[in-house]
Design a protein around this ligand. Sequence first.
Ligand code: PSV
Ligand code: MN
Ligand code: MN
Length: 424
Amino acid sequence: MILDKKIIDQHNNQLKDKHKRAFDYVSGDIAQVDEILDKLQKFQIAIPSWALGTGGTRFGRFSGAGEPGTLEQKLEDVGLLHALNRSSGAISLHIPWDIPSDAEKIKALASSLDIGFDAVNSNTFQDQAGQEHSYKFGSLHHVDPKVRQQAVDHNIEVINYGKAVGSKALTVWLADGSSFPGQLNFREAFQNTLSSLSEIYKHLPEDWKLFVEYKAFEPYFYSMTIGDWGQSLLLANKLGPKAYTLVDLGHHLPNANIEQIVSLLLMEGKLGGFHFNDSKYADDDLTAGSIKPYQLFLIFNELIDGMDVKGIDHASGLGWMIDASHNLKDPLVDLLQSVEAIKIAYAQALLVDRKALKQAQQANDIVKAQEILQDAFRTDVRPLVAEARLRSGAALNPVQLFNEGNLRSKLIEERGVNSVATGL
Ligand code: PSV
Ligand code: MN
Ligand code: MN
């Protein structure tokens, strides 16, 4: 479904007076408001192809209706999100769920929707029909070299699909680990992983990156072979300059200081990018900012502090992606909410008085430092984010327009009630 620009204009007209009052109020106290708005307009967050349908839990899946049944329809969904917020201008594909068989056609459709391709993701955590070796006991870390080779070959195939559509990065997330002490030799598992990743690395085009994602636990409950940022960084350093650590917010043990991890990875030039989501417990894959918005703000605060010169939009080379699973909400609404929460955290972090913060830190003035951060965090920046959208030709309130415009019903009319997406 292509959203008629007239519908967006009508919606904006309806909200414009209220928006203007709120925007004037908050922007009155901000010195460089245009600079901030410009940064917000440029900032894009990629949508994962696997999150456009309703996910499930291990207890069941309650599918929605009118979900995208094909890659083309998934692109159309991202196009719809992008039309609504002008901040979702890329998709991250997961192979083999979303194979771009006719790459030229897919690319043409994407460009007509103004959508690019972020990192491509491999899948060696499931066995596919007809596959020779099983990944039951892992993939790149497997004790059997034949299984490792199969997983390496799959990753090379994924790079090739990525090349065909114009991606510039491969994300490897491994479900390799062990559930019982004694099951694995940790050092051998790590060495096997390193040598498999080195094979994959050799096939990366010059201008590509390899994102090494880590995860503390699940699906294995005793050890994960790439279990934390230290193990990922170790691999990235050994692999070479094109390898980076990818931070998925949900992949840490409870209460980990993610903002500190981010700041050090950035300092080392090894931060590859993000999978944004939120969680109360672990890999909950909830809407970004729905549980710990202060943490999200603190992460952006570190990013701005560490990337002052380059700025943190896509030109910085980081992968900004969402990784979410929606069991209860409409996936498209959830993704709109996630993008909004990420942009709010970014806008708040742009308000931090960095000079004053530096002075407070140098003077060990803890109270001042805290006040500076919390002043920024507690500013209602929603009118700034909305104004940036307005200036980009998007909707003042994308969620409201999605609901009041009955966009899901229209998708159901187009695709039918039983159209179900592939994904997690
Ligand atoms: C599984 O935990 C996971 O959520 C990882 O975060 C991956 O990035 C994602 O699935 C897609 O493979
Ligand atoms: Mn992830
Ligand atoms: Mn995850």
